[in-house]
Ligand binder design. Structure first.
Ligand code: BEZ
Length: 398
């Protein structure tokens, strides 16, 4: 028989008070334990396919920051959940539901591919789950889809592309061709490049495209050779970037038509690209040899932990954890205070290996974009291409 039900109806006041006190004693430690429970992080990243190494390095960077903090953020243990999104937009809604509904994560961290990230952003908004994007640059996420609960630790596709257009223009490029995949990252990257180039009177004379994640470049390279532009601008990343840079070289184009791109073309890829990438100029918010105490310490810690060199993706993962840590610190680990936490993540100045950066009202890093040159296995800093570049955040209304 249930003793509580049995006593309630006829119990004298003193007995009820005793019961209430006993119940409070039982409840108090439970509540405290619940508040001390782990924060559940859901990594939705590509662990297979052309972007596999990018996803892997993002996770490594994130875990490194948490490890450096003793495995906790704002006093809370961190528990990880993982889904391989395969860079496959058609599976993205189901994949993100696994983390939100099945695993009930507190924070989503992902992803690399812009098309997949757009689905994640919609799901995060609908479920009010905090989303930290450690790569995908889709303009809409910090444009029309912007939200106080979504923040990027990386870039918008426009940022490094626009900077490369400015650099190409300063080098006298008047007629450029572009080649990329036919999805948001590629098309937005080409648009940003054209915008930067047009500032000095240059023009994109022809845009070449192929479906993601295709790597059949030969016919397109033949067309480039026939058109003889002043330069080629290209967005590819991961395994496909390795193949593209090698194919461009093998086609004999490297010496006559400079190949430019956002730094994804040569980041995390140089060992495999070898001689084909030497001397290439790219623009990005990170360079391997930034000689600052922050970058040197980060690279050392990363190399010691993983026996591998950090790249831009490792930095973006590390900074995603830094932004989360700032938000959690502001609310002393209490994720129920989401508004205060969201606001704190917008106010932080991130002390990143790339250099300090702030977050725009739309949730995107405001950061220096560097011009880098490939030397051996490193993307070396040459100059600041554009200082404190903010994404235009077109269509973002908060
Ligand atoms: C993107 O899809 O947004 C992306 C993928 C790889 C590198 C950079 C951007």
């Amino acid at each position: 028989m249930n003793p509580i039900r049995h006593t309630t109806a006829a119990a004298p006041k003193a007995a009820l008070a005793l019961l209430a006190a006993a119940a409070a004693l039982v409840a108090a430690p439970l509540t405290a334990t619940a508040q001390q429970g782990p924060i559940k992080i859901g990594f939705m990243l590509p662990y297979t396919g052309t972007y596999a190494s990018l996803g892997d390095n993002i996770e490594k960077g994130f875990r490194l920051l948490v490890q450096e903090q003793g495995g906790k953020l704002a006093g809370r243990e961190i528990q990880y959940f993982k889904v391989d999104d395969e860079s496959e937009p058609s599976k993205a809604t189901d994949n993100v539901a696994k983390l939100i509904k099945r695993d009930q994560v507190d924070v989503l961290v992902g992803t690399v591919h812009s098309g997949v990230a757009l689905a994640m952003a919609r799901a995060a908004r609908e479920s009010n789950t905090l989303l930290i994007i450690p790569n995908a640059g889709a303009g809409d996420i910090t444009g029309p889809l912007c939200s106080p609960g979504i923040v990027r630790s990386s870039f918008s596709n426009w940022q490094p592309a626009y900077a490369m257009g400015v650099v190409a223009g300063s080098k006298g490029v008047k007629r450029a061709m572009t080649i990329t995949w036919n999805y948001a990252a590629g098309t937005e990257s080409v648009k940003g490049f054209a915008e930067g180039l047009e500032k000095s009177g240059g023009k994109v004379i022809k845009e070449l495209n192929l479906p993601f994640p295709g790597v059949e470049f030969q016919a397109l390279l033949t067309e480039i050779a026939a058109q003889k532009p002043d330069a080629v601008y290209s967005f590819f990343a991961g395994g496909a970037a390795v193949k593209f840079v090698k194919d461009y070289d093998a086609a004999g184009l490297r010496r006559t038509i400079p190949l430019y791109g956002p730094g994804f073309l040569t980041d995390g890829t140089l060992e495999a690209q070898g001689a084909a990438a030497q001397g290439m100029l790219t623009t990005l918010h990170y360079a391997d040899n930034l000689d600052t105490p922050r970058n040197n310490a980060f690279r050392k810690s990363y190399a010691l932990t993983y026996k591998a060199n950090a790249d831009v993706y490792s930095v973006q993962g590390y900074d995603a954890a830094q932004i989360l840590a700032a938000g959690l610190a502001a609310v002393k680990g209490d994720m129920k205070q989401r508004d205060a936490m969201n606001a704190a993540m917008r106010k932080v100045t991130v002390d990143s290996p790339r250099g300090k950066f702030t977050i725009s009202p739309a949730g995107n890093p405001v950061q220096d974009i560097y011009l880098r040159e490939v030397k051996g296995n490193y993307n070396e800093f040459r100059s600041i291409a554009v200082k404190s570049l903010a994404d235009p955040a077109r269509g973002c209304k908060l």
